[in-house]
Write a protein that binds this ligand. Structure first.
Ligand code: 13P
Length: 250
């Protein structure tokens, strides 16, 4: 049985004050979330604050991006060792917003996955197609290409140390959730593709869905056999909504 995971991706939102209130709210409502793992991925500058507030709680934390390099002259970048220094468990790599607005290639994302893994962080590898790609009928091709970059660089066994998040770009922040069937189709495809290479890794791989997941649609999505939780954007900024999704996953 795979443990469900609900991870919040706050993106570029929040302030010292709002994060304090949000985390207090989440912590206060966690007592009935006993089975699902829960994490929040914060803007890098707030990670020390998040660590202070969450240390000793059942909630893990992580970064939203990380450098593929280990140290040196890379102005503005954050290294995996720095995330480790502040107690991060997870780091998101290859979010579609990084791919689209920061030109991150499949190969760079694969190197970030490798760097995170080497540092003992759990990379959350985001994959997913744009609306145009879905309409062209190439969703599986796109997701396969994004997955294969990691498998080619690190080998399929590396996926045992990571998490995959299927995030259809057209569903992110749009209120347009993939139907449970649409999501399951792609999740099943991802697991099947990994299974062709290693059945054990495929069986253990947590595959999260992301894209307008809310308390009202989370249960139906997570009930699908290959959907193991969620990567939550907008709804992760409200303690009530985030907890609603955590309970659905639980
Ligand atoms: P929304 O939940 O706001 O659609 O964002 C999803 C996402 O991009 C999580 O990484």
């Amino acid at each position: 049985m795979r443990q469900p995971l609900v991870a919040g991706n706050w993106k570029m939102n929040g302030s010292l004050e709002s994060i304090g209130v949000l985390l207090d709210g989440i912590k206060a409502g966690m007592e009935d979330v006993t089975k699902a793992a829960v994490a929040v991925c914060a803007p890098a500058i707030y990670i020390p604050t998040v660590q202070q507030q969450l240390q000793g709680s059942a909630i893990a934390w992580g970064g939203q991006d990380v450098s593929a390099e280990s140290a040196g002259a890379y102005t503005g970048e954050i290294a995996t060792s720095m995330l480790k220094d502040f107690g991060c468990t997870y780091v998101i790599v290859g979010h579609s917003e990084r791919r689209a607005y920061h030109g991150e290639s499949d190969q760079l994302v694969a190197r970030k996955f490798a760097a995170a893994r080497a540092a003992g962080l759990v990379p959350i590898l985001c994959v997913g197609e744009t609306l145009e790609e879905r309409e062209q009928g190439i969703t599986e091709q796109v997701v396969a290409r994004q997955m294969d970059a990691v498998i080619e660089l690190e080998g399929v066994a590396a996926l045992a140390d990571g998490v995959v998040a299927y995030e259809p770009v057209w569903a992110i922040g749009t209120g347009k959730t993939a139907t449970p069937e649409q999501a399951q189709d792609v999740h099943g495809f991802i697991r099947g593709r990994v299974a062709e290479l290693d059945g054990g890794v495929a069986e253990g791989l947590q595959i999260l869905y992301g894209g307008s997941m809310k308390p009202g649609n989370a249960a139906e999505l997570i009930a699908k056999p290959d959907i193991d939780g969620g990567l939550i954007g907008g709804a992760a900024l409200s303690a009530e909504d985030f907890l609603g999704i955590c309970r659905a996953a639980n």
